[in-house]
Design a protein around this ligand. Structure first.
Ligand code: HEC
Length: 500
């Protein structure tokens, strides 16, 4: 191996692992260097091993590798969720070992006692404590990659235009109004209108939203005829009026008057309410005929709800713009079935987009560990969760041996390991050249935008863009023809502008 090749690999690795502290990098890369030297001195004729810097399987070692593959997806690859944290269970060495070993499965923290040895858990704890020692959120933001210049993708050169970087909390969904202003939801329960000059205005008079776990204020869409009726739709987690500890996914419709909502009305409630903070879904999407699709997750109870038609959970629903149920829905006349169901057998669907040419509804969902899926939906489909899946339990054990079964649909694409796909959109219009009709999916885990290059309904290639930009929550084609994304840490609304 030539020193210059080694240097290039190191620079690439430094870029990929820039969230590591310098001294950790030094130790890790030193180790890698020694490993490489040993190999080449033992067998100088051995072919040079090519390390792809964006390949997830690149040789990080020990605790750093375990953190990246098992923890970073939820806690931030840069450990943002642990920096300046108000600890619930304590951040002493022993308390953290407890948290990691036993987890808090009801709240979304898996138990790792069966995945890792005691020693591995201790090393992981040491690693986290040393990485976050002395760090502040402001320091993390300074470590964000510099994406201010021209960016080249396989087929297009573009730059980023930050419309605002002042969205507090977790921005979740975006919708553009005909006048160019953009509505942005914040999971904590706020709705913002971003003016064309980037100014952020808070919209008032929202429904009663409970923000807890993965729930809160989630998606937003506008009515296809917004210009005449000013209707907006919000998906959110709502408390059971008879038992406030139970929550579910609901959809409210309201009239947007300036920066206030009026005539707020809940038009959809996914039953049953559950005492769980997990897997709400919930994207909203209008199709070309004006039907509204609502995605609802399995609420963490995969064996109870997704395969049964007598409940709303783990399903994609199809309703009219006022919440009524279209009589041509696939299970409208099925005895005992919830008649808003369009497809079922779904885990946690946080992405939906309409194909610009076929008008079909596409859905993206989080798998468990591995097995994230993109599905093309057709009325009455069973998408198989949890009977068939390409994923594993979080502790590495298997819950099904089946990846295919008669009567259950195969995904168009699946990811193993998971990328944690959130918002997604097909690119349409004339601004983006060869990106047109490709599907862009935000990754929470690896903090990039994943481009699925499409030929019709088939995936023919992949590209990852904007690596390290932060957790990408939504991707949206604006009515102005531009592609927008929202990311966390800090909350930013960003426009991708092609270079002519
Ligand atoms: C699927 C998402 C997810 C994954 C993966 C995950 N966590 Fe968590 N973790 C959570 C959530 C959610 C909480 C908060 C639980 C609560 O408040 O009850 C949490 C809490 C914790 C806590 C306790 C924090 C406190 O405030 O006291 C520790 C420590 C922790 N996680 C470490 C880890 C480590 C280490 C890994 C990887 C081995 C990991 N987590 C993987 C979601 C996750």
């Amino acid at each position: 191996m030539l020193p210059c090749q080694f240097h290039e690999i190191m620079v690439n690795l430094q870029y990929s692992y820039r969230w590591l502290k310098p001294n950790t990098k030094f130790v890790l890369f030193g180790l890698l260097y020694i490993m490489m030297c040993c190999t080449s001195s033992e067998d100088s004729e051995s072919p040079v091993e090519v390390i792809d810097p964006v390949d997830d399987t690149v040789d990080l070692v020990g605790a750093a590798l375990n953190y990246r593959n098992h923890c970073g997806g939820c806690h931030g690859q840069n450990m943002s969720s642990f920096v300046e944290r108000e600890w619930t269970y304590g951040n002493s060495f022993e308390e953290m070992v407890q948290s990691i070993t036993n987890g808090y499965p009801d709240n979304g923290m898996p138990a790792y006692g069966a995945t890792f040895s005691e020693q591995e858990i201790q090393e992981l704890t040491d690693y986290i404590l040393s990485e976050i020692d002395g760090k502040t959120k402001a320091m993390l933001e300074e470590e964000n990659p510099d994406l201010s210049g021209l960016i080249s993708s396989d087929d297009l050169t573009f730059r980023l235009e930050t419309i605002t970087d002042e969205i507090p909390g977790v921005p979740w969904g975006i919708a553009q109004l005909p006048n160019g202003e953009i509505l942005v939801t914040e999971r904590g329960g706020s709705l913002f209108l971003v003016r064309n000059d980037g100014q952020l205005v808070e919209v008032t008079n929202l429904p009663d939203i409970v923000s807890e776990g993965q729930g809160g204020l989630l998606d937003v869409v506008i009515h296809p005829n917004f210009e005449n009726n000013s209707l907006v739709y919000l998906s959110y987690s709502r408390a059971n009026p008879n038992n406030s500890s139970e929550l579910t996914t609901a959809v409210a419709r309201a009239v947007l008057n300036g920066n206030s909502l009026s005539q707020v009305e809940t038009i959809f409630t996914a039953l049953p309410y559950l005492n769980s903070g997990l897997h709400y879904g919930s994207r909203l999407l209008f199709d070309t005929d004006g039907y509204l699709y609502v995605s609802v997750g399995d609420r963490g109870q995969r064996d109870v709800y997704p395969q049964a038609l007598d409940n709303y959970l783990g399903k994609i629903h199809r309703i009219q713009d006022d919440g009524q149920i279209p009589t041509d829905n696939p299970f409208y006349n099925t005895q005992g079935a919830v008649n808003s169901i369009f497809t079922y057998g779904t885990r946690n669907p946080q992405g939906m987009s309409l194909h610009p040419e076929t008008g079909a509804v596409w859905e993206g969902e989080h798998g468990p560990q591995g097995g994230d899926e993109i599905n093309l939906l057709e009325a009455g489909n069973n998408n198989g969760w949890p009977v068939i899946s390409y994923g594993l339990n979080y502790d590495g054990t298997s819950f099904t041996d089946l990846t295919a079964l008669e009567g259950m649909e195969q995904p168009v694409h699946y990811w193993t390991p998971s990328i944690a796909p959130c918002g997604m959109t097909f690119v349409s219009g004339n601004f983006y050249g060869n990106w047109r009709n490709d599907l862009f999916v935000g990754s929470l885990k690896f903090e990039y935008l994943h481009r699925l290059k499409m030929n019709g309904n088939a995936v023919v290639g992949h590209e990852t863009l904007l690596e390290g930009i932060g957790r990408v929550r939504d991707a949206h084609m604006g009515s102005d023809g531009y592609l927008y994304i929202v990311v966390e840490g800090p909350g930013r609304l960003i426009r991708l502008v092609p270079e002519q």
